[in-house]
Design a protein around this ligand. Sequence first.
Ligand SMILES: Cc1cc2nc3c(=O)[nH]c(=O)nc-3n(C[C@H](O)[C@H](O)[C@H](O)COP(=O)(O)OP(=O)(O)OC[C@H]3O[C@@H](n4cnc5c(N)ncnc54)[C@H](O)[C@@H]3O)c2cc1C
Length: 595
Amino acid sequence: MDAIPSQKSFDDAKPPDRGRGADHIAPDCAGQNFYAIDRGLRGLVRLYLEPDDFRRLEPHFDRLGVLAGGRLDELARVADKHPPVLNARDRFGRDEDWIDYHSSYREMEQIAFGDFQFHAMSHRAGTLGMDRPLPAVAKYALQYLFVQAEFGLMCPISVTDTSIHLVRKFAGAELKDYLLPKMLSGDVATMWKGTQFMTERAGGSDVGAIETIARCEGGEWRLYGDKWFCSHADADVALLLARPEGAPGGTKGLALFALPRRLKDGRRNAYRIVRLKDKLGTRSMASGEILLEGAVAYLVGEAERGFKQMMEQVNLSRLSHGVRASAMMRRCVNEALVCARSRVAFGKTIIEYPLLRRQLLKIIVPTEQALSMFLFTANAMDRANAGSKETEILLRILTPLLKFRACRDNIPVATGAMEVRGGNGYIEEWVNARLIRDAQIGVIWEGTSNINALDIVTRAVGKSRAHRTLEVALRKLLDQSTLIPAAFRDRLRLALDRTLAFADHVAAEPALEASARRAAGSLYHIASAILMMWEAAQPGADARRALYARFVLEHRLSAQDPLEPRHGEWERKAEELVFSERQVAIAEIAGLLEP
Ligand SMILES: Cc1cc2nc3c(=O)[nH]c(=O)nc-3n(C[C@H](O)[C@H](O)[C@H](O)COP(=O)(O)OP(=O)(O)OC[C@H]3O[C@@H](n4cnc5c(N)ncnc54)[C@H](O)[C@@H]3O)c2cc1C
């Protein structure tokens, strides 16, 4: 259909000085350094990393920033259009199933597993020139940069990383000696990559319904069953749940096994990839269905604790999913801003229009919330790894909060960024369409939104009381932030009190289960608002983060009358600062935090 010009176009449009033909099309972020252009990330990794680690790792952030805006981005575009292909048999008719990948995917694997060694960086020294494993903050910051270009491959990277974690923590000495040197290798040609299979047709959320059976035959475990969703289907070793014969039903009877693709003599193990899924997103990566036909597997840890052990992997993956959602949102912000600053309509660049600015804020604020939340969570992980019991409890609630809310926010953010680009955003040769497709999976895998919200409310709040540990941490940040006007901090304190009371109420009252998502969302919003306020008050920080905190407070945690005009004077001034392309000082924003 033809575009219908508004009255305004007839009245106001003057011929803008903007070239002809292709010059009208707004550029995208291709060729940019995704680290250098990310003011939020640069400020916060410096804040959350030890100074020495920051100094040593910053060149790698910068290098990956260049790659993500350059070669990786090019490869990701191609890999998305050339999805993996399953071959069931070889030319002799042998059931030697294998998956063919496009060369673009292979090159991305070389960057991820060979050059950066994402899978090993938390587990051993020697990656990126470090004399010890990388802090979680650095690992997830690197994941964040990588995923701004390529989302699909982050699944195999992350599941290899988390499989190594499970083997290191729970496997016996012999199994460790067998698996770890291969899994920790940085030689892409010979290394063993990992994955995890849980979901079956009987249930993904309801893991206790798993039907796969483990039989002890001739002194070794053999698996019989059908795994319905298997990402990174051709991994060299899969960690999976199965029920030993005679074990009780439900999650209690599930044991954790390591399933190698090849046996020690080099033959294929007795399982087949029966088909690959034709997916909406993550198209560069192979997800398939796997038929276990008496496959040899090794028991990992205690047979009775399989599910509990696997939950460690699930929690690590949930954190990575939150990071991935944050990363895709950042790509959306960057794309939207570059477009809004360049596209001209009715004689002005579109960023000048109030409605478009409102749209941009709805993209920017959730992105900044997620950035603060994932770095704070990763920092808690570093402190927990250093022995802090308190931060272990903090992690218990932060992880599902991040997974739940950041993955949900990613969807409207991706749609909003598409809309900013107009019709081109809908066309597959621009990155927006892929960002929309890839955003959807975040609310499905490693627990749907409902499953994460229930985990937060019934277990993290109801059983572990982890929200009270979070409260202590947040109150400390409020007390420390003396550069922020007291009235604003008091409003945040009040919102924190009300949010905690709401979460307690929902957790205590089974009849309120339908409010679990709202309670979880409010916890996320208040935590991220307080974090952003605190970050703004740090020496040398960019103070616009406190403005984001106020946007969250007003729009997510305060009652609003839909029939009242909302766009107050403070918002107009705050927008000016948010869209300015310079560092903002605390003195400039103090007046904008007062009611
Ligand atoms: C591309 C892709 C890749 C995947 N890769 C893997 C993989 O590598 N390994 C793996 O193990 N799994 C994988 N999965 C599976 C994924 O984890 C599951 O699909 C997911 O956990 C949901 O399970 P389900 O599909 O059985 O849906 P169900 O569990 O049947 O859920 C259906 C709906 O019911 C809701 N629901 C369920 N229980 C409740 C409740 N108590 N209260 C309220 N609502 C509820 C859910 O929120 C959901 O909306 C993958 C899935 C996809 C799409």
